[in-house]
Design a protein around this ligand. Structure first.
Ligand SMILES: N[C@@H](CCC(=O)N[C@@H](CS)C(=O)NCC(=O)O)C(=O)O
Length: 296
């Protein structure tokens, strides 16, 4: 395991960051994936959707951490920083812990340019302000809204398709490829250390050219549950391939596993709640825990 430093502290000596999460929600998973890539230790604290004072995201305990009552949030006892909003959390983690540019902009073989940085921010903002909320609304109108509102469902589903089309185009422009350099094998710094871990597969993909970045961390948990959103990826071969590639990355697997472990250990009842955006994950949880009968 690599041990990047911030000049003062080695990552392996860090106190675990507390990641406040919900077991199947996309936004906390982005942060878990980023923490895995940065090799920053963390523990997952799960909350329920609801206003239970002690356990709910809208309850008084959690509202002390973030007045928005939504996950993710983090508490970093190494610095005393509390952060919420996944975009702000991602930026904080990169400023504080990404000293070798694991998740930042890259340009193979040369120092990254202002254009590379702007491109990274553009794609992050695009996810945060469009694909993620539109997908959230599509899920809401597909699974939860009463009475059924087909116009709203149609509107948001079309929006999701639009942004998947934009992503498909980007994967085509970026060649749908990263550098293929394994993590830690790159040159680091601002010279474009590769982060892809498609070792042995001969294939590497990322939304931006040059390798996996925070952009991929932001997008993946929102594209992964496409079936639950009611979306077909048939017309988006590169998105589909990228999604498959990301799902196989060890950091991504570890992030999902850590969330599953936390689910099993801390809050089996949460998996039986109504607001489950990812049934596949729920099935995994159920098949792995001794509470299977209780959470069915
Ligand atoms: N803009 C926020 C969105 C956070 C968000 O909507 N989180 C969802 C889970 S993915 C949530 O906590 N929902 C619970 C609720 O709204 O009560 C971010 O990017 O962190």
């Amino acid at each position: 395991m690599s041990t990047p430093t911030d000049g003062n502290v080695t990552v392996s000596h860090l106190q675990p960051i507390i990641l406040h999460a919900h077991p199947t929600s996309p936004n906390p998973h982005k942060i878990a994936i980023a923490l895995e890539y940065l090799r920053v230790p963390y523990t997952v604290r799960l909350w329920q959707f609801g206003d239970d004072a002690r356990r709910g995201v809208k309850g008084e305990d959690f509202l002390r951490i973030t007045p928005n009552g939504r996950v993710p949030a983090i508490e970093d006892s190494n610095t005393g920083v509390v952060a919420w909003e996944s975009g702000a959390i991602m930026n904080y983690l990169k400023r504080q812990y990404d000293t070798t540019n694991v998740l930042g902009p890259k340009s193979k073989g040369k120092e990254f340019s202002e254009q590379d940085r702007v491109d990274l921010e553009t794609w992050e903002y695009l996810l945060l302000t469009t694909l993620a909320p539109m997908t959230g609304q599509a899920v809401w109108f597909r699974h939860y809204h009463v009475p059924r509102n087909e116009d709203a469902l149609d509107r948001y589903t079309k929006q999701v398709y639009h942004y998947l089309g934009v992503l498909e185009g980007q994967l085509g422009r970026s060649g749908g490829r990263g550098t293929g350099e394994g993590r830690g094998e790159g040159t680091g710094g601002v010279t474009g250390g590769g982060t892809d871990t498609g070792k042995g597969t001969g294939m590497s993909m990322s939304i931006l050219p040059g390798g996996i970045s925070s952009v991929d961390c932001h997008f993946f948990p929102w594209v992964r549950p496409f079936e639950y959103v009611g979306i077909s990826l048939d017309g988006f071969p590169l998105v589909s391939k990228w999604c498959g590639f990301m799902a196989e990355q060890q950091e991504v697997k570890d992030a999902y596993q850590k969330m599953l472990d936390a689910t099993a250990l801390q809050d089996p009842a949460a998996t039986s709640r109504g607001l489950q955006p990812d049934e596949e994950l729920l099935r995994e949880v159920q098949s792995r825990t001794p509470w299977r009968g209780a959470v069915a």
